[in-house]
Design a protein around this ligand. Structure first.
Ligand SMILES: [Zn+2]
Length: 579
């Protein structure tokens, strides 16, 4: 497949700032060592914080599949280096050195040569080593899944792991987080979250290694410590709540993988206490029997009243079946429990993408689900299905912006302007901005009048007054901008009023004079010297507006009177001096 690249595709994937700087980078010749290999472009770009950055852009039938740069840019879209690389290819593809695609190179090698090559690569490069290890582990997992699916029953595995270090670790973590805790701090305890995630990963590793008893021992011990700490704690850590929810599912997965005797079940029930942990409770009560069948519950544990849809235990069941490679049962449970996304993602994984897309079109309710499946389909090379699904996803429940942001560049690269327009509008509805407004205007063509009405209705209902003001000013709709400023002015002054005053200065100077005086007076009346510079800034606008009106003398008289009225306020006098 030849690489298809257009100027519009570059524009659709980068913010204005990146585009402008990317053009500079390109024209300065900062991109070098450019090469093309199959669907992938690579290059280096001279950098500011490093001698050079490594760049890589991969294409598929839907356009740019992936773009990466080693720089620290993180403001959304492509960085300027990627933009520069894309411009270089767009303008002169022949200047790119053509390299043989990796698969064509490797095809020439026999098994021994391959082993030798990979060994050398793994010894020299940690990333390569990690990738190979992950591959081998994944293959082993699939192999084990195939054996257990074919009916070989393992001998019951006994618990061997010692839970003491995990108990100690979790106590120390909670103690440290408590010491750093402050009631005013509502951010995240990132370190705590990272450490908890490491523990979660250990439990998952034990489950993946088919050692559910060890997984259960660690998870139950950790949960036990968390519960004890929470009983005494005077503060709440959100990270612990999230983690407890993950533990709930993981323990349920272990329970579903083991035949626990009644003493073991009772012990576990005691550990989880009287409330919370619905997945564990349901796993103990129902095991593998699907939800809402209270009559099949273990009578010693009983059904949970008022809960007919046991989402969490279904989650655990699906995870276990996924691990075992029991696809048929996985699909049956996901379908019965209405887990639409997991059902379709499994279908897609099994190469039944068209079926997945068809089911999704009928059952998905949320745009986010459509995005998740569409991304998976695209990666699997089913681009048409992915695009159709994402397009219909734009009609599903919000939030839709992320779906729109993903789909728009693809639609542009497929030259489907209508779809791109719908996708960008979905983004604008949730995250309006002036640059996006202009992009939509350029795309809309004959549809603009109709589209414009929709965008302005959205703006009227949004809290993004500043963006609304910028757009009205850009459209030179001075009176609408003033009406918006009047509507949003609350308290002493606001940024929206400032933006509008500056924007309409040449066109509605009367309003600027009147509003500027009011705002300045309100700030002066606070008798707080820290607000005087703001008051002076408003008076500077009043002065400018009088000049536009050709009433310099009126301004002089007004200022003189102000200085006289407030002669006993030296800090205000200082602020007025510059006027
Ligand atoms: Zn970069």
């Amino acid at each position: 497949m030849p690489i298809q690249l257009t100027e519009a595709m570059i524009r659709a994937g980068a913010l204005k700032e990146s585009l402008a700087r990317g053009h500079e980078c390109y024209h300065n010749g900062a991109v070098y060592d450019t090469a093309v290999s199959g669907n992938t472009l690579t290059a280096r770009c001279r950098g500011v914080y490093a001698p050079h950055y490594k760049l890589r852009v991969e294409f598929d039938a839907a356009g740019i599949l992936d773009a990466s740069c080693a720089c620290a840019y993180e403001f959304g879209g492509y960085c300027k280096h990627i933009v520069a690389l894309l411009l270089a290819y767009l303008n002169d593809p022949a200047s790119f050195e053509t390299q043989t695609a990796p698969q064509d190179l490797l095809r020439e090698l026999d098994r021994d040569q391959m082993v030798e090559l990979l060994t050398e690569l793994m010894q020299k490069n940690d990333d390569a080593r990690n990738t190979v290890e992950r591959w081998v582990a994944e293959l082993a997992r699939k192999g084990a899944a195939a054996t257990s699916a074919s009916g070989t029953k393992d001998t019951p595995q006994r618990q061997t792991v010692d839970d003491t270090p995990y108990r100690k670790r979790i106590r120390a973590l909670i103690r440290e987080a408590g010491e750093n805790y402050s009631p005013d701090y509502d951010g995240e305890h990132e370190e705590l979250a990272q450490e908890l995630d490491k523990i979660r990963q250990v439990i998952v590793d034990f489950l993946n290694a088919d050692q559910p008893r060890d997984a259960l021992a660690i998870a139950a011990a950790v949960l036990d410590e968390i519960r004890k700490c929470q009983d005494y704690a005077e503060y709440e850590l959100n990270e612990l709540d999230d983690f407890a929810h993950q533990l709930d599912i993981l323990i349920a997965e272990a329970v579903l993988s083991i035949e626990l005797n009644s003493a073991e079940k009772k012990k576990l029930l005691k550990t989880i206490g009287d409330d919370g942990y619905p997945a564990v409770r349901d796993a103990l009560a129902y095991g593998w029997t699907v939800a809402s069948r209270a009559d099949e519950a273990d009578p010693a544990i009983g059904a949970r009243p008022g809960d007919d849809y046991q989402a969490d235990v279904v989650e655990a069941q699906l995870n276990v079946l996924d691990r075992r490679g029991d696809h048929e049962r996985y699909l049956a449970i996901a379908l019965a429990a209405g887990r639409h996304l997991r059902y379709t993602q499994k279908l897609a994984e099994l190469g039944r993408g068209a079926e997945a897309a068809q089911y999704a079109a009928q059952h998905f309710k949320r745009a986010g689900d459509a995005l998740a499946l569409a991304q998976q389909l695209r990666t699997a090379g089913q681009v048409d299905e992915a695009v159709a699904l994402a397009g219909s996803g734009l009609r599903l429940a919000q939030p839709r912006a992320e779906l729109g942001r993903w789909l728009a560049p693809i639609a542009i690269s497929r030259k489907d302007n209508d779809l791109a327009l719908r996708a960008w509008i979905a983004v604008f509805d949730e995250h309006p901005s002036l640059s996006l407004y202009q992009e939509i205007k350029a795309l809309a063509g004959q549809m603009w009048d109709e589209t414009r009405i929709h965008l302005h209705e959205q703006l009227a209902h949004s809290w993004q007054h500043q963006v609304h003001a910028e757009i009205l000013l850009c459209e030179q709709d001075w009176d609408a901008a003033i009406a918006l400023a009047r509507k949003t002015r609350s308290g002493l002054t606001s940024q929206v009023v400032e933006i509008v005053a500056d924007g309409v200065m040449q066109h509605r100077p009367d309003w600027v004079v009147e509003t500027g005086k009011q705002c300045a007076q309100a700030l002066i009346d606070t008798i707080s010297s820290s607000r005087y510079p703001e008051a002076a800034a408003w008076l500077a606008r009043v002065k400018k507006a009088y000049r536009v009106l050709g009433q310099g003398a009126t301004w002089d008289a007004y200022l003189a009177r102000l200085k006289e009225d407030y002669r006993r306020r030296p800090s205000l006098q200082r602020a007025l001096k510059a006027l």
